[in-house]
Design a protein around this ligand. Sequence first.
Ligand SMILES: [Zn+2]
Length: 453
Amino acid sequence: MTVNRLLRELLNVKGASVAGFDLREHEGGAKTLVVHVRLYKRDKWRCPVCGRKCPVHDYVCGEAFWRGMDFGPVRVVVGSRVPRVCCPGHGVLTAGVPWAKPNSRFTLDFAYSAAWMVKCGLSRSRVAERLDIDWKTVGRLVELVWRDLEPDVGKRFDGLRKIGIDETSYRKGHSYITTVVNHETNTVIWACEGHGKEVVDKFFKELTPEQRASIEVVTGDGARWITDSCAEHCPGAKRCLDPFHAVEWANAALDAVRVEAWRRALEKWRGMGKPKNGDREAKEARRAAKQAADDIKHSKYALGKNPENLTPGQQERLAVIQAGDGALSRAHAMKEQLRLIFKMTDADEAAAAIDRWTARAQRCRIPAFVELQRKIRRHREHIINAIRYHVSNARIEALNNKIKLLIRVAYGFRNIDTMIALVMLFCSNITIPWPSCNAPMRMNKGKSRQEVA
Ligand SMILES: [Zn+2]
């Protein structure tokens, strides 16, 4: 095997031969290996967009360079003279090459390595440090890989039956990203900046009439615009409330009750005043009152979590609160009753249980729960639909949490397109192959390479 052939294999530059190389030494001892390659005739002069063979326009660009995977301590750069071509459909553009995407200064192998590392959970700064690139470039490479792996996102819309729509804020209170998930594959199928009816409308407009008609169930939170948009574009679909949203509401109401109980306990403790010297009984009572206030203060997680997931310490705290016969104890019991309704499998039984629950909550004299009861009444039909159409809550909640976590990480990239690429790439069943793993894993590889070549 000749050195040129070896270099070609190592660099994975298909469709070209190595014409020569030179090793450049920089100040401080760093080295760069520049490998000059020449495209084979069949891959020469192709439009980077459509891949069509085109006449050469000019050679003004001279030699172009792409950063490749390093060989140990030596940085590797691929160089090739690429002309501008004149495509009848796309105009004058720099010709495409098979080893890189248009307008990218990195080889595909390099881009895949970066995306692979991000998928493994390395932060953008770690990836940037390891590959010695700008952190903004890390985001761009992730986007590039997503588009290479999935040139046609519209495929995700085929055969949809159960979908979920949800919005997540990624900057406190201001900026939102709306995601649509396919409940059957548990993957994200669409993501877009913003929220509200226009955004949901935008999603439905991207679907063909057949794709829209196949949707049977649309889940989401209580937002009005989801209901409206769904009725407008998918009149046949059943609107459901994701049960975990209702449980979230209940937890918020419960927390309001807890804060109020804590405030009252603190007031009681303060009202006791400082005991006189030697009055042991008063001292003891005061200490107990402070303890009771602290117990309530630190009980947020003990109250909010499902009882089966509590730590021993949290169980103890909950037991103390349940022993007291106050509003907090009653509110906790009501939250648990509501949560268990969503575990029911029979829609009619659940409907009866909801009615019993709302009747009780209406008379409970705890303002937060009276308010919650009104909300549950408003969404009664959508809640029962969720049970009737077997919307599996645990999976939806898990995917939702994954999306939220990812968006928080992705916010570090400070670029909405990168954020969407991350969500689409990582909340899906696409595998990102490490460059040395061979072919079959790389989805759509043939097609997208053809587009470039
Ligand atoms: Zn073209």
